[in-house]
Design a protein. Structure first.
Length: 243
C-alpha cells in the first residue's frame, strides 16, 4: 500500500497471480543482512528466527483477485478512503475471504486534511455492516495533506483512538518505514504493519517508538505481498472479537 495513490493504478493479471502463488510458498527466514535503520538493527532478530505467515492485500484495482486460488494465510482489503469513498470491490473481497476462512482485515486510507473522527466513522459504518469474525482493522496513512508532523501525528492518534473506543480493538497502523518513523511517535500501542521494499521479507527493523512489527509488506509485485511474524491464530486475535 505504500504510495498507494500512485500504485493502485496497477492491475493484476491472472497469469501474474499464478506466478506469485508459485513464488511465495514455504516461508522460513534466513539470517538478515546487516543494516543501520537508525540503530534499530537489534530488532531484526524477530525476523531472523521466526517462521512467517504469508499474506496479500488488495484494493479495487485488483477487483478480480482470486482469493480461492491464493496461497495467502491472511488477506487485507481496502474498505474506505477519506470522508465518503467506499471501495467498489470491498464486499466481493470480504465475502471471498470469509469463504476461504483465512484471517481477513479491512483498511481505511486516511487524509489528515479532513476531520479524523468523521473519517473513522465512515470506515466504521462500512466495516460494522459486516459480521465480525476476528477481522483486523487498519489505518493506512501515507500522506500529510500539507500538515505538519505534529498535526499528522495528532490526526493519527485521534483516528486510532476513536476506532479503538468504538470497537474495543486496537487498529493496526500501516505506513512506509520512513513515514512511520517521522509521524508515528507515541503510536506503539497500535500493532505495526510496515512497508519496506528494500528489505528481504521479514528482515525489517522497527521505526519510531515500536519495539516489534506485526506485518511486513516487502513487495508490491505483481501484487502487494506481506509476511507476519505472528501465527494466523495470533494475528486473528488482534482483530474484532467474533460476533
Amino acid at each position: 500500500m505504500t504510495e498507494r495513490l500512485l500504485r493502485d493504478i496497477r492491475t493484476t493479471t491472472v497469469a501474474g497471480l499464478l506466478a506469485a502463488a508459485t513464488a511465495v510458498t514455504g516461508f522460513t527466514v534466513a539470517a538478515a543482512p546487516a543494516h543501520a535503520d537508525h540503530g534499530r538493527a537489534a530488532h531484526s532478530a524477530q525476523s531472523r528466527t521466526a517462521a512467517l505467515t504469508y499474506g496479500q492485500d488488495v484494493s479495487g484495482y485488483q477487483a478480480d483477485h482470486d482469493w480461492a486460488a491464493s496461497p495467502a494465510g491472511f488477506g487485507i482489503v481496502k474498505a474506505t478512503e477519506g470522508l465518503t469513498f467506499t471501495d467498489r470491490s470491498f464486499a466481493r473481497h470480504w465475502q471471498q475471504l470469509d469463504a476461504k476462512g483465512i484471517v481477513r482485515g479491512a483498511y481505511h486510507y486516511g487524509h489528515p486534511g479532513n476531520d479524523p473522527v468523521a473519517e473513522a466513522e465512515h470506515f466504521l459504518s462500512v466495516v460494522n455492516a459486516q459480521p465480525a469474525k476476528g477481522d483486523l482493522l487498519v489505518l493506512d496513512l501515507e500522506t500529510t495533506d500539507g500538515r505538519s508532523a505534529a498535526e499528522v501525528n495528532a490526526w493519527a492518534k485521534t483516528w486510532l483512538s476513536h476506532v479503538k473506543s468504538k470497537t474495543g480493538t486496537a487498529p493496526l497502523f500501516y505506513s512506509g518505514w520512513n513515514f512511520a518513523d517521522t509521524y508515528g511517535a507515541g503510536l506503539a500501542e497500535y500493532p505495526l504493519w510496515v512497508a519496506h521494499y528494500g528489505k528481504d521479507k521479514g528482515a525489517v527493523t522497527t521505526p519510531a517508538d515500536w519495539k516489534s512489527w506485526a506485518i511486513h509488506q516487502y513487495s508490491d509485485t505483481p501484487i502487494d505481498q506481506n509476511v507476519s511474524a505472528l501465527t494466523p491464530d495470533r494475528l486473528r486475535s488482534l482483530g474484532r472479537p467474533a460476533a
